[in-house]
Write a protein that binds this ligand. Structure first.
Ligand code: HEM
Length: 99
């Protein structure tokens, strides 16, 4: 998973990200993630809100969103990503680099 978008990723993180289902649901241009079911995340941090206005687009809310989207938006179509706290931190740290 090249990380020409956002910050460079360490090999374990690259493998971890590539193993996640999100690459089938979200697009991050310049990476293998080319899903269209969910919003394009290439310039995620250029958005004020996430979940179509459900919450402010902050690091804390992104962490909560990936951990349990229903905590911020009932009835949304994104599943909870059942990953460890460390992985959630790594995912959130990557997401906030998507300017
Ligand atoms: C680690 C994995 C994932 C991450 C980091 C992630 C990240 C995100 C983020 C940041 C948003 C908010 C985007 C915005 O509103 O601008 C979002 C929304 C969404 N994601 Fe994911 N996602 C992941 C996995 C998935 C998967 C596996 C699916 C499909 C089964 C999915 C489907 C969606 C959908 C449908 C939305 C829009 C929800 C709504 O507005 O109601 N995501 N995701």
């Amino acid at each position: 998973m090249s990380s020409s978008v956002g910050s460079p990723l360490s090999a374990p993180l690259r493998d971890f990200f590539a193993s996640l289902a999100y690459i089938n649901c979200h697009t991050i241009r310049g990476t293998p993630a080319n899903g269209v079911f969910g919003p394009d995340l290439t310039h995620l941090m250029s958005r004020w809100t996430i979940g179509a206005g459900a919450a402010r687009n902050t690091r804390e809310n992104l962490y909560t969103w990936v951990e349990d989207p229903a905590a911020l938006k009932l009835g949304g179509f994104m599943p909870a990503m059942k990953v460890s706290r460390e992985e959630l931190e790594a995912l959130t740290s990557y997401l906030v680099t998507l300017q």
